[in-house]
Design a protein around this ligand. Structure first.
Ligand code: G3P
Ligand code: CA
Length: 239
């Protein structure tokens, strides 16, 4: 069965990776969400795609890791999207877990390139364990060393291997990595039929990102992908 992920929540309807964006996606009936995690100076997991805050609040520069959680919670990130969202702040991972029913599949992407968050993998697993949310979670990353660390800490965790660039025989790279990968997450621009078939022959699910266009979506489904990451509500609820 195809399972599409609402990418950073419903980011066309609310500020990306925020509680309103996740609520919008859940309100549409999304069965899978994608989010990005980073670490504050005091080692709290906050949900944000960029290392810097300047795209969301032009009056604030600096890296997430340079702010404590208290400071992050003083920074408004909603009004750059629309005045309707004035006052919205970056959520913690916990705040997303609270509003996300446990039957909704969560893809948590560790943002750690360049490597600036020492120990983020351990903190993430610790938080998921504490909240009893180790199931129905995929941990993904472009940083494959981060995935290795997750596997060492939590060998049963589902892992998704992200690729930005096309590399020769991605599926063999995944197989030979020594990681127990359950899915390959390629950039959709180079995902073709042979790519999907080769991944699936080795037992990997394939979830390309980020697919917003209906025609391309149908093409990828025809190749046999297991789902996509999408910003488009008509796609991420089409499951
Ligand atoms: O996980 C799929 C996708 O989110 C990866 O790219 O840059 O949107 O985090 P990015
Ligand atoms: Ca992401």
């Amino acid at each position: 069965m195809v399972l599409n992920f609402a990418h950073r929540g419903s980011l066309t309807e609310a500020p990306e990776n925020t509680i309103p964006a996740f609520k919008k996606a859940l309100g549409h009936g999304a069965r899978a969400l994608e989010l990005d995690v980073q670490l504050t100076k005091d080692n709290y997991l906050v949900v944000c795609h960029d290392h810097r805050l300047s795209r969301f609040n032009k009056n604030v520069d600096g890296l997430i890791r340079d702010f404590t959680l208290d400071e992050i919670k003083q920074i408004e990130v909603g009004s750059s999207f629309s005045d309707k969202f004035m006052g919205v702040t970056l959520p913690t991972l916990e705040e997303v877990l609270e509003i996300c029913p446990s039957e909704v599949l969560l893809n948590i992407e560790i943002k750690n390139i360049p490597v600036i968050y020492d120990g983020i993998e351990k903190i993430l697993i610790n938080r998921l364990e504490y909240h009893n949310r180790l199931d129905h979670i995929i941990i993904s990353s472009f940083d494959h060393i981060a995935l290795k660390k997750v596997q060492e800490i939590a060998p049963d965790m589902e892992l998704g291997m992200l690729f930005y660039y096309r590399i020769i025989n991605t599926w063999e790279y995944a197989r030979d990595s020594g990681l127990r990968i359950s899915s390959i997450h390629p950039n959709n621009v180079y995902t073709n039929k042979a790519f999907v078939e080769n991944c699936k022959a080795l037992g990997y699910k394939v979830f390309p990102y980020t697919v917003n266009n209906n025609e391309r979506y149908e093409e990828l489904i025809g190749y046999g992908v297991d789902g996509v990451f999408s910003n488009n509500p008509t796609l991420f609820v089409q499951q």
